[in-house]
Design a protein. Structure first.
Length: 277
């Protein structure tokens, strides 16, 4: 009769991924909506990072506001973490609009002294057709829509005033390419990396049907995209590659059961890349 110990399989333990610096994770425009479903925007990827041994933080800021306002909020979070834990610098991972926030903070608010690297994930570095579609919403609908999002932002985050329309106006291709990019220079002391993402039209990857119309409209203007941001727009600095997951999936929200392992793997790959910076 075999011994009990001979039949017990070792419990699988995740590999520890050693990262030299703490990681700050910056959420995007619609992060506040995610907070209604999850603990906080990017909370789940942050917990995954911690399970692999990384020191990671995913704080909340105002969900709907201008790049300038959000950048100020991120600087407040950086200084608070430095004061509380004695950190000097961070590797920053910024999702969606968060990437523009942090580019602004680095260029205009001396965040470069606190940021060793900026890795953006599906950030609209050339703007997005999606913002332009929102701004084309008929006037009678646009006003109530803005009021609703601003009210929702106030319920979720009262420390700063939400301004959903101002944020959307800064995400158009015209604004980002003609006003933002020409005045927001990369800092020589910060390493810039990026990931794009593509699902739905033009790919073999499934997309939540809720986003199929906008996915197709963005595809017609910009090509493959993740339902919000195109592959081409997401490239900035050293481009690591294109993730096969949708924009909301990237936050680990609305992930179908069969795709959980894929989303986890994508994030572990991001952490592995950061460990080599």
């Amino acid at each position: 009769m075999p011994s009990i110990t001979a039949t017990i399989k070792p419990y699988p333990q995740p590999d520890i991924i050693q990262v030299e610096l703490p990681i700050l994770m910056c959420h995007g425009y619609a992060g506040g909506v995610s907070a209604l479903i999850s603990h906080a925007p990017l909370h789940e990827p942050c917990m995954l990072f911690r399970s692999r041994g990384a020191v990671a933080f995913a704080p909340n800021i105002v969900p709907y506001a201008s790049i300038e306002t959000r950048a100020e909020e991120w600087m407040t979070r950086i200084h608070a973490l430095q004061q509380q834990y004695g950190f000097e610098k961070f590797h920053v991972i910024a999702h969606s609009m968060g990437g523009l926030d942090m580019r602004y903070a680095i260029a205009k608010m001396d965040a470069a002294s606190s940021v060793a690297s900026l890795t953006t994930i599906a950030s609209p570095h050339q703007g997005t057709t999606m913002a332009e579609l929102v701004l084309k919403t008929p006037g009678p609908l646009r006003g109530p829509m803005k009021q609703f999002f601003d009210w929702m932002g106030a319920q979720m985050y009262a420390e700063a005033k939400s301004d959903s329309l101002a944020a959307v106006e800064q995400l158009t291709r015209e604004y980002v390419q003609e006003e933002f990019n020409p005045t927001i220079a990369d800092h020589p002391d910060v390493a810039y990396y990026s990931y794009s993402a593509a699902t739905g039209k033009g790919t073999d990857e499934p997309l939540n049907p809720i986003y199929s119309i906008q996915n197709g409209l963005i595809y017609d203007q910009e090509g493959p995209n993740d339902g919000f941001v195109s592959v081409d727009s997401a490239k900035w600095g050293h481009h690591h590659g294109t993730m096969p997951i949708g924009h909301i999936e990237q936050t680990m929200i609305q992930v179908a059961g069969g795709r959980k392992k894929l989303v986890d793997k994508v994030w572990v790959d991001v952490l592995t890349a950061i460990s080599q910076y």
